[in-house]
Design a protein. Structure first.
Lengths: 227, 437
C-alpha cells in the first residue's frame, strides 16, 4: 500500500488522519534524527510530509532544510515527493527548497489532496490517479492494468511493480541493487539477478517495439527511455 | 504474503473480467494437477487456502486420503494467454497439512525448502533449459507409430518446416506468461522441436517447465496437432532431452567462475560437478523417470550412457562449455541426461543437493571423457527403470533431500510401472517371435 511518512509533531495526528482518508497509510517518524519510521519502513514511501511548527523550542520540530538535504542524499529516498507544511505565522523565513511543495497550515483535506498531486507530478510526471502513457504503453496506476497498443498485457505483481517504477522514473539509471531495494523492498535471496530475470520477462511481455524502452546500461543497471 | 500481492490479484481479476482461477500443483511425478475456483472464492482461497485430498499428489498409487490445504502463491498469478474469449488465470500452490506443516508429497514445497537451505549457506542456483519435443499430425491408432508433420532436418527453415507457425504461437504464449525464450529451432528428427528458455532461479524454472509443457500442448491443439514430451516416440530417430544449464552463485559472484584464463570451472565448480556425477546413478530415476526414458538413453544419438564429463564431446552426461572471455556470470555446466517428461522440481532439488554435497565434502572430479569415449572408471547409467528405481530407493541423498513421503510414493509408482511393462506383450515380441517360434 502507498505509505506517507510524517516528520514533525505539530498537527501530526490530524495530518495522519487526513492522509489515511486519502488512502495512504501514514507513519510518523520519531524526532530522534532518524529518517525512517519505526514501522512501514521496508520500502520507500510515496510521500514525505514535513510539519514545520511555530515553537522553536519544540524538540519535535525538524530542521527542515537539513532534513530535505538528508532525504535527497539517500538513494532510496531521494525521489520521494516532499511536502512542507508551514504554520501561517512562520511563512516569513521558512526554508522551502525549490521543487518541494509548500502547504500552509492549517489546511483542508482538499488542499492536501491537490498539493500531494502537484508534489507527485513534479517528481514522477504522474499523480496518484493518473495513467502513465509512453508510446503505445499505458499503465493505469489505480487498477494495475497495463495495455500495449490498447491490448491488455498481463503482468505478475512484481513485473508490474518493476515496470511502474521504471516508467515513472524516466531517464535515470538505476543499479540492480537500487531496483531491488526500491521495487522489491526486502532482502530477496535471488539477489541482483532477480532484477535481470524480471527485466527480461517484462521486455518479453512488452513486445519487441516497447521492449527497447528499458535500456541496459552496461555494468551499471537499467534506464527507462520515454523520449 | 504481502497484501500488495492479494490486492493486485483481486483487482486484476476484477478489471480483466477473469471468470475462473486455476490452482495448480504437481504430483510426485511432476504431472500438472489443477482445480478451478470461481472468482467469488478467490479472496478466501488467498487468505485461508483451499482444502483438497492430498492423495492426488501421490501419482497412480494412492494409499489413503489425506486432508491437505493448497495455498495459492499470488506471486505466480498469471492470466493464461490461450482461449482469450474466456479469461482464466492460474496460480501455483504450496500444499500444506491442516496444521500448516508442509505436505511431504508436494514437490514444489520441497524444492523451495532446498533452495532456502542453500540460500542459508549463501548459494543460489540459476538454471537455463533446452526442451525438445515432438509435434505429430495426430495421435497414432492405439500403439501405432504417430505420423510426423514434416521431414525437416536440423535447423531447417523452409516451407517444409510446418512447425514454424506452431513455434511462433508457442513462443508468443510463453512470452505472454513471462517465460523468455532464448532460441527455437527444428531438431534432428522429423517434427522434433527445441525451445531454449533463458536462465532464471530454480523455482521459476521448474514452474516455467511445467507451464511450458501445457503451453506447447495448447498451441499444438489449436493447430490440430499433438505435442508430446515422451522421451523416445520414434525408434529410428533421436529422443527428446531436457538439457539443464546450471550455475551457482555465492552472493553476486558466480561460484563456478575461475578467474585464471583457460580454466573452465573453479574448484567449487569442479566439486559441484563431482557431486552431481557421484550421485548421478541414484538420481537417474528422477531425471529419467519413465520406462520409455531408457529407450532414449539406450541408443546413442548423443544421449548419455555413462557417468562422464567432457569439455568438447557431445555424448557425456555433463558438458562444461568453454567460457567466453569476460563472461564470468556465464560459467556453468550442462547436464544432458534429463528428459522433458521429468518432474523438474525434484530434479532441480536433487541436482543442487548433490552438487552442494560435492562442495561440502570436497569431492574430486574424475578424469575428463575425450572423443565421447568413457574415461577409465566411468560408471554406466542405469539401463532400465527397475535398476534406476532400486538405486533411488536406496539413495540416502534422495531421502535426506526429498523426505520419505515423496520418495516412497515415487518408488511405489515406479515399481508399479515396471511391473506393468513386464506383463505387456509388445510389438517387439510379436515381430520377433510370432513367426519364428
Amino acid at each position: 500500500m502507498t505509505s506517507a511518512w510524517i516528520y514533525g509533531t505539530q498537527g501530526a495526528e490530524a495530518t495522519a488522519q487526513l492522509l489515511a482518508e486519502l488512502g495512504f497509510s501514514p507513519h510518523r517518524v520519531a524526532a530522534n534524527g532518524t529518517l525512517r519510521p519505526a514501522q512501514g519502513a521496508d520500502r520507500a514511501p510515496s510521500l514525505a510530509l514535513i510539519l514545520v511548527g511555530d515553537d522553536p523550542d519544540d524538540p519535535g520540530e525538524p530542521a527542515c532544510a537539513e532534513l530535505c538535504a538528508r532525504l535527497a542524499a539517500e538513494e532510496e529516498l531521494g525521489e520521494v515527493p516532499v511536502i512542507i507544511a508551514v504554520e501561517a505565522g512562520e511563512l516569513v523565513g521558512a526554508e522551502v527548497a525549490e521543487g518541494h511543495e509548500l502547504l500552509v497550515a492549517p489546511f483542508s483535506l482538499e488542499e492536501l489532496r491537490a498539493r500531494i498531486g502537484r508534489a507527485r507530478r513534479a517528481v514522477h510526471g504522474v499523480d496518484h490517479d493518473d495513467v502513465v502513457r509512453v508510446g503505445g504503453l499505458e499503465l493505469d496506476l489505480a487498477t494495475y492494468q497495463v495495455t500495449v497498443h490498447g491490448r491488455p498485457a498481463d503482468f505478475t505483481y512484481m513485473e508490474y511493480e518493476l515496470l511502474k517504477f521504471l516508467a515513472t522514473h524516466p531517464r535515470r539509471v538505476f543499479t540492480r541493487e537500487a531496483l531491488l531495494a526500491r521495487v522489491w523492498g526486502y532482502d530477496y535471496y535471488g539477489g541482483a539477478r532477480t532484477v535481470d530475470v524480471h527485466v527480461r520477462r517484462v521486455r518479453a511481455k512488452l513486445g519487441s517495439e516497447l521492449a527497447g524502452r528499458i535500456k541496459t546500461v552496461r555494468s551499471v543497471g537499467y534506464r527507462w527511455e520515454d523520449g | 504474503m504481502a497484501t500488495g500481492h492479494h490486492e493486485f490479484v483481486l483487482r486484476t481479476v476484477e478489471e480483466r473480467g477473469v471468470r475462473f482461477v486455476r490452482l495448480w500443483f504437481v504430483d510426485v511425478l511432476g504431472l500438472l494437477k489443477s482445480f478451478a475456483i470461481p472468482v467469488s472464492e478467490l479472496e478466501g482461497a488467498l487468505t485461508e487456502g483451499v482444502g483438497l485430498d492430498g492423495s492426488s499428489l501421490e501419482g497412480r498409487t494412492r494409499l489413503r486420503e489425506h486432508d491437505v490445504i493448497a495455498h495459492p502463491d499470488p506471486r505466480t498469478f498469471q492470466v493464461l494467454p490461450w482461449r482469450p474469449d474466456s479469461l482464466v488465470a492460474r496460480m501455483f500452490c504450496e500444499v500444506c497439512m491442516p496444521d500448516g506443516d508442509p505436505f511431504g508429497a508436494d514437490s514444489r514445497t520441497i524444492l523451495r525448502r532446498v533452495l532456502e537451505q542453500a540460500a542459508g549457506l549463501g548459494y543460489t542456483m540459476q538454471v537455463g533449459c533446452e526442451l525438445e519435443f515432438f509435434l505429430f499430425a495426430a495421435l497414432g491408432e492405439d500403439g501405432a507409430a504417430p505420423r510426423p508433420l514434416d521431414d525437416g532436418a536440423y535447423f531447417d527453415l523452409t516451407p517444409l518446416d510446418a512447425g514454424s507457425d506452431f513455434r511462433k504461437r508457442t513462443i508468443d504464449y510463453l512470452e505472454a506468461m513471462g517465460i523468455p525464450v532464448k532460441a527455437s529451432h527444428h531438431e534432428v528428427a522429423p517434427s522434433q522441436h527445441e525451445i531454449s528458455l533463458a536462465h532464471t532461479d530454480a523455482l521459476s524454472m521448474a514452474d516455467a517447465v511445467t507451464t511450458f509443457r501445457l503451453a506447447v500442448k495448447e498451441a499444438a491443439d489449436e493447430l490440430g496437432a499433438y505435442a508430446t514430451f515422451m522421451p523416445k516416440p520414434l525408434a529410428e530417430h533421436p529422443g527428446s532431452g531436457m538439457h539443464l544449464h546450471v550455475s551457482l552463485f555465492e552472493g553476486e559472484r558466480n561460484a563456478f567462475h575461475d578467474p585464471a584464463p583457460g580454466v573452465p570451472l573453479s574448484p567449487a565448480g569442479r566439486a559441484f560437478v563431482a557431486g552431481v556425477l557421484a550421485h548421478a546413478r541414484e538420481l537417474t530415476a528422477v531425471t529419467n523417470q519413465w520406462v520409455n526414458s531408457y529407450r532414449r538413453l539406450a541408443c546413442g544419438f548423443e544421449a548419455p550412457a555413462s557417468v562422464s564429463w567432457t569439455l568438447r564431446g557431445a555424448a557425456a552426461l555433463v558438458r562444461v562449455p568453454q567460457r567466453r572471455p569476460g563472461r564470468a556470470e556465464a560459467a556453468r555446466f550442462e547436464l544432458r541426461s534429463p528428459d522433458p517428461a521429468c518432474n523438474p522440481y525434484v530434479v532441480l532439488a536433487l541436482i543442487l543437493a548433490a552438487g552442494l554435497r560435492g562442495i561440502e565434502r570436497g569431492y574430486e572430479l574424475q578424469a575428463e571423457s575425450v572423443d565421447d569415449e568413457p574415461a577409465p572408471g566411468d560408471g554406466h547409467l542405469p539401463r532400465d527403470l527397475r535398476e534406476a528405481t532400486d538405486l533411488f530407493d536406496a539413495s540416502e541423498l534422495a531421502r535426506e533431500t526429498l523426505g520419505d513421503h515423496l520418495c516412497d510414493a515415487f518408488v511405489r509408482n515406479k515399481r508399479r510401472e515396471v511391473d506393468d511393462e513386464r506383463r505387456t506383450v509388445t510389438e517387439f515380441d510379436r515381430s520377433r517371435y510370432l513367426r519364428l517360434l
